[in-house]
Structure formats: structure tokens, C-alpha cells
Design a protein around this ligand. Structure first.
Ligand code: SF4
Length: 548
């Protein structure tokens, strides 16, 4: 891939999300922007113009310059505030959000004032924002000869946040090294699918490439570090990983720690198109079942929609609680209605997918009146996180444990195939400004479909758990469900059989050795090349023995 363009702000932000995205931007590749990305771009523009207003109001009475070139002379004689200063060299072409001068007394260099960088940003400040701010600091330190030790993050409302920069701007220096190598074509990032993919404009292209390569990052949750470790062991694909699953007894001291998710077992489930049941999950579902799904805006911790499906005896009902505004009273209102609904049942189980719902209940507990506080405590005691049961015990032939993927595997569909948790943020924001009824309907529909899929997943789990970990069986759709304890028994049997196979038989079989998934004995779980090496060693030993 030829890298032609200079490093821009868009490229840097893309790189901080995902290295591959940074490279694609550098190469001026175009993708299809998702609704979310378009909405996010507009929102950022709105927030930045709010932040400009906020900053200039705080620096009322000071000289403010805008859109000026950032050069040594301009920095020496520049105004107190520079908005959108332009920096350009052979590598970078960048507009810096703002620079503000320190008070002369705050300067370490003989009372001279100098600039510190400002980043406009409204949401939570994370590593990408800190890195970008530090990169701004590094750029201006070259021009003014003084390294800023702090930077500011300015929001559209309220006081700016002061960020302490690393000594010597080490983070920015190593980031700049990486970017330079990428620009010069000296390094190519490996493709690692990640959380940003669901809203990324290159989603289809990267997914297709990952499927073609059988890329390890298809397994959701597998990060770059884990992939690098596996690569060092010679494992590059999901299929190769599937041969490495071993039944191990957990060491005594590890038994008390939380159980782990086994990627090789998931890979095995995908290869064999089976469902594996690992361990002995416990899920008490007696009484009324209430399937809960809450929608909100994670950055601001606001909640606006609660959906529940209630199954009490033979009776099933669906309820929706909608908040028209982001006000605290509206939020308290919808949670109070949910708690009043729960209060009708003496015995119930609150079923949800992931921890978002319980976090929401805990957050709202602080704002609710006393009887509701106790009810929330009670509801939390009766809650079951279905995702955690699945993550630890059920290995489906799917690349992830998202509700959409598991629901899709079980045959559930969403009316809008592009719908996702992040997509709902864009719909809600548009609804708040336009009040278009179809957007509200879309959100309620999406929430309801999540509840329906959750109900389906729970019923499916129940079916598996009812059969227990005794032996393999098939679900209603015909997929084989295998307890991993059965795999262990099979493995014991296999060892015994292997020992009885004579070398000549192994040799005979090895001449017809299949190259794909199974070896001569037909059921050994090891890659063909490893099996071949093992066999040739045995044959070599045999030949040496017969010679002597
Ligand atoms: S789709 Fe994912 S892997 Fe590809 S560029 Fe976007 S974020 Fe990176």
C-alpha cells in the first residue's frame, strides 16, 4: 500500500482508535461511513464550537488570534490565545485546537510566558485524548523552545480540565516515531478487529479480510498482545487455535479466582460446529421471569428507555418506560415505574444481558427515595447476568458472545440490521432535537427485540442445563451439545488406543495422512503437521531400532 498523504488530525484520531484505520486513512482509502460516524462527526463539530465559545469567554479581555500559521516568529509575538493554529512540516499537516499563554510568573524560563496546548473535547478523557494533547505539546515545544508540562482539555461548558503531561513528553515522542515509520512504509500494523469496528467505515472490508485469513481477532475479546503471544507459538488462525484446547484440572490455588474464558474452546466450537458446555453452571429460574433491557447514553450516564418482558405463569406481557428528556426527574420517573412493576411479584428473577442494567440500577439508587432504594437492593439480589453464564460455561459456534450474534445463531432477527447499542445513541440524539416519532418507535422496537432475543437465549440455556453435563445431545435445531467432561473422557480413551497402535499401522496410516483437520486415528485433536512430525520421529526411532 502506498502512503501518499501527510499525517492529518483525522488520520491521528483514526490511528488512536485502530492502527489499521490510521493506515487506511493515510493511504486515502474510502469506506462507507456508518450513521453513527456521521452523527458523531456532527456532534463533535457542535461540541467544538461550544468549547471555542467557552474558552474565549474565559479569556475575555485577552488578545485572540485564529487560523494563523504556527511558526517560530508567530509564536514569539503571538496573542494570548491562538485558535486553530496551523502546523505544517514534511510529515504533518495539522490544526491545533487552541494554544493559551501561561502567566509570566508561571513560566520556568526567566519569567517568559509560553504556550500550553488545549484540546476541545466533551466526553470522558481517555488515553487517545491525552496522547493527542501531548502531541500538540511536542509540536509547540519545538517552536517555542519550552516544553509545556501541562495541557488543558476544554469542554463546551464548565471549567477546563488540567492534564499533567509525561516528563519529556515521552508518550508523544514514541507515538510520533510509530507514525513516522508508518508514513515511511517501514511498518504495517497487523489487522486486529476491535470494539470500534462496529461503527467503522472500513467494517465490511476488514471483516472480509479477517474471514479470508481466519484471523484470530475474529474471536471477540482477543487483543493484540494475546495474538502476538500466539503468533510466537506458531498459531496464526482460528482453525490452528482450535487444536490447542486442552482439558486441564485447575490448580488448587486458582480455583478460588474467577474462571476464565477459553478461546481455544470457542475456536473448537467454530471448527466442529458444536456447542460446548464447560463446567456446571447454576441458574435458578424459579418464579416469575422478568427480562430487562435498558437504553442510555454511556458517556453522560443518562437513561431514557427501559423495556421488560414479564412471564408469570402462563401470562406474558411487555412494558416500556420512556423518558422524554434527560432531566433527573424523568429518569427517576422511569425507574420508579420499573420498580412499581417489579413490586407486584413476590418471587421473581430479573434477567439481563451484560452488566449495563445492574450498573444503571446502582447509579439510580443514589437518586431514588428510600422505599425505592430498598427495592433496587432487592432487585439486584434477584438479578442474573446471562452473559456471564454464557461466557464462562457455554461455547457456541459464534465469534462473539454479543446478544446479536447469539440471537442470530438461534434464529432471532432485528427489524433494522444496522441496529446496535452505539447506533441507538445517534437515534436518541436526533430524536431529542427533531422529536420525529419514527425515531422513538425505532428505539422502542430495538429495545423490545433485544428483550425477545434475551428471552430466547434464556430458554435455550434452560434446555442445555436441563440435560446436564452427563453426555452429548442435540438442541432443537439439531446442533450437537457436548459437555467438555465428555471430551476429557474421549481423550483418555484416545491415549489408551494410541498406545496399542503398532508403528507399522501408524506408518501405513501416515502415508494416507489427511492434511486438514483429523489425523490417521481420525479423532486426534492436533494439527496435521505436528502429528506428521511426531509420527516421523516414531518411524525414525523404529528404523534405528530395527537396524541395530
Ligand atoms: S474495521 Fe476495525 S480493524 Fe478495520 S480499520 Fe476499522 S476499526 Fe480497524
Amino acid at each position: 500500500m502506498t502512503t501518499v498523504s501527510k499525517v492529518t488530525r483525522e488520520m491521528l484520531e483514526s490511528y488512536l482508535h485502530c492502527k489499521s484505520k490510521g493506515l487506511l486513512k493515510l493511504a486515502r482509502e474510502h469506506g462507507t461511513k456508518s450513521d453513527y460516524e456521521v452523527w458523531r462527526r456532527d456532534l463533535t463539530a457542535r461540541q467544538q464550537s461550544g468549547a471555542v465559545g467557552n474558552l474565549t469567554m474565559r479569556y475575555r479581555g485577552y488578545k485572540v488570534g485564529a487560523d494563523m500559521a504556527l511558526t517560530v516568529p508567530n509564536m514569539e509575538t503571538g496573542p494570548e490565545v491562538i485558535l486553530h493554529g496551523k502546523f505544517e512540516n514534511e510529515l504533518i499537516s495539522l490544526s491545533l485546537d487552541a494554544l493559551v499563554k501561561t502567566e509570566p510568573s508561571a513560566s520556568a524560563t526567566q519569567g517568559q510566558s509560553y504556550y500550553i496546548p488545549v484540546l476541545f473535547h466533551d466526553d470522558e478523557i481517555r488515553t487517545p485524548q491525552k496522547t493527542l494533547l501531548e502531541l500538540f505539546a511536542l509540536i509547540i515545544s519545538e517552536l517555542q523552545g519550552t516544553e509545556p508540562t501541562v495541557g488543558l482539555v476544554c469542554h463546551s461548558k464548565g471549567k477546563p480540565t488540567t492534564i499533567r503531561l509525561t516528563p519529556g513528553l515521552q508518550i508523544a515522542r514514541s507515538f510520533l516515531r510509530e507514525i513516522t515509520e508508518l508514513h515511511q512504509g517501514l511498518s504495517t500494523p497487523m489487522l486486529v478487529l476491535n470494539n470500534h469496528c462496529q461503527v467503522c467505515e472500513y467494517h465490511d472490508r476488514c471483516r472480509a479480510q479477517a474471514l479470508k485469513e481466519d484471523n484470530l481477532s475474529l474471536l471477540r475479546g482477543m487483543n493484540e498482545l494475546q495474538i502476538t503471544r500466539l503468533n510466537k507459538k506458531g498459531i496464526f488462525t482460528v482453525n490452528q487455535l482450535s487444536y490447542t484446547f486442552k482439558i486441564r484440572r485447575r490448580p488448587k490455588r486458582a480455583r478460588k479466582s474467577s474462571p476464565v474464558h477459553h478461546f481455544p474452546l470457542r475456536a473448537l466450537a467454530l471448527r466442529e460446529k458444536k456447542i460446548f458446555l464447560h463446567g456446571n453452571p447454576d441458574m435458578a429460574l424459579a418464579g416469575t421471569r422478568i427480562y430487562l433491557d435498558i437504553e442510555g447514553t454511556p458517556q453522560s450516564h443518562l437513561y431514557y428507555l427501559i423495556g421488560v418482558i414479564t412471564i408469570s405463569g402462563e401470562h406474558e406481557s411487555h412494558d416500556t418506560y420512556w423518558a422524554d428528556t434527560a432531566s433527573e426527574s424523568d429518569q427517576i420517573g422511569i425507574f420508579a415505574r420499573l420498580l412499581d412493576h417489579l413490586n407486584q411479584y413476590s418471587e421473581y428473577r430479573l434477567l439481563h444481558f451484560g452488566s449495563y442494567e445492574t450498573v444503571a440500577l446502582r447509579r439510580m439508587q443514589i437518586h431514588m427515595a428510600e422505599p425505592y432504594k430498598r427495592q433496587i437492593e432487592n432487585a439486584l439480589k434477584r438479578s442474573i447476568n446471562i452473559l456471564s453464564v454464557i461466557s464462562l460455561h457455554i461455547y457456541l459456534p459464534t465469534y462473539s458472545n454479543s446478544l446479536k450474534e447469539i440471537g442470530g445463531f438461534l434464529g432471532y432477527q432485528w427489524s433494522d440490521p444496522s441496529s446496535s447499542g452505539v447506533q441507538t445513541l445517534a437515534w436518541r440524539d436526533r430524536w431529542l432535537s427533531d422529536r420525529e416519532p419514527f425515531l422513538k418507535a425505532k428505539l422502542i422496537r430495538y429495545n423490545y427485540e433485544d428483550c425477545v432475543a434475551l428471552k430466547g437465549v434464556v430458554e435455550f440455556l434452560e434446555q442445555i442445563l436441563a440435560a446436564g453435563p452427563s453426555g452429548s445431545f442435540r438442541d432443537r435445531q439439531g446442533t450437537e451439545i457436548v459437555p467438555t467432561s465428555a471430551l476429557a473422557a474421549e481423550k483418555m480413551g484416545r491415549r489408551y488406543t494410541d498406545r496399542r497402535v503398532s508403528l507399522s499401522t501408524i506408518f501405513e496410516r501416515s502415508t494416507n495422512f489427511p492434511t486438514s483437520t483429523t489425523n490417521a486415528t481420525g479423532y486426534l485433536h492436533e494439527p496435521a503437521d505436528i502429528a506428521r512430525r511426531r509420527l516421523s520421529k516414531q518411524i525414525g526411532n523404529y528404523l534405528r531400532q530395527t537396524k541395530s
